[in-house]
Design a protein around this ligand. Structure first.
Ligand SMILES: N[C@@H](CCC(=O)N[C@@H](CS)C(=O)NCC(=O)O)C(=O)O
Length: 208
């Protein structure tokens, strides 16, 4: 195996990683897997990532990297010129730390527990409540992100992989209409990032 291999599914968080590799100009192979319980490719995903989540990256030497932000840090080490992460000493680095972890540690779990809520609670009523409460909580998180957003990129003049998270995550619940109405700064950044030459084909493949 010559290139890193990314396990992912269409429209999932692996699109953030794919976009970052494209921006960095690092070749990447992609393998489609489906994390759902009944899927024939779930065993394959579990063998790579026991958490059964995508993205999961297999490096050419066999090492495995999971967690989107960890993969982006790895890629930034490989290609610091790709402007994924503000370099040490940059004034935006503290904001990058804050909001990158906010996206993966606050926003992402609302999907983990809300996408298939039956996994986590005893009955249908509980599942309905968990779906509603995680959907509601996510909206309040996005309003905080909107309040922290700069222009033309999230960090202001400096582009970063935060913009890629926004490009992909605004395609998920609560949906583009909600984002357009409630988080116009986030949407402007997301659109700008999705239109980058390297990123547009990734968006097309995942959401087209
Ligand atoms: N913290 C992880 C979250 C990854 C994640 O939740 N991915 C979703 C797809 S977008 C997934 O695999 N969901 C299936 C599950 O959680 O069981 C990351 O940042 O990579």
């Amino acid at each position: 195996m010559k290139n890193p291999l990314l396990l992912g599914c269409k429209g999932c968080g692996n699109a953030i990683v794919e976009a970052a590799f494209a921006l960095a100009g690092v070749p990447l192979d992609v393998e489609e897997v489906d994390y759902s319980e009944a899927s024939p490719t779930r065993e394959r995903l579990l063998a790579v990532n026991p958490l059964a989540q995508v993205p999961a990256l297999v490096l050419p030497d066999g090492r495995v990297l999971t967690e989107s932000l960890a993969i982006l840090h790895y890629l930034d080490d490989l290609e610091p010129g790709a402007t994924l992460i503000p370099p040490p000493g940059d004034a935006t680095r503290a904001a990058f730390y804050r909001w990158s972890v906010f996206l993966v540690a606050a926003v992402y779990p609302t999907y983990t527990y809300g996408d298939d809520p039956k996994k986590w609670v005893a009955n249908e009523e509980g599942a309905k409540q968990l779906r509603e409460s995680t959907d509601r909580h996510r909206q309040s998180l996005w309003l905080q992100i909107e309040a922290g957003a700069g222009a033309p990129w999230f960090l202001g003049e400096r582009r970063s992989c935060l913009d890629l998270y926004l490009a992909v995550m605004t395609r998920w619940r609560p949906g583009l209409l909600w984002f357009a109405k409630n988080t116009p700064k986030v949407v402007a950044i997301a659109k700008r990032a999705a239109a980058l030459d390297a990123v547009a084909p990734v968006m097309q493949r995942n959401f087209g």
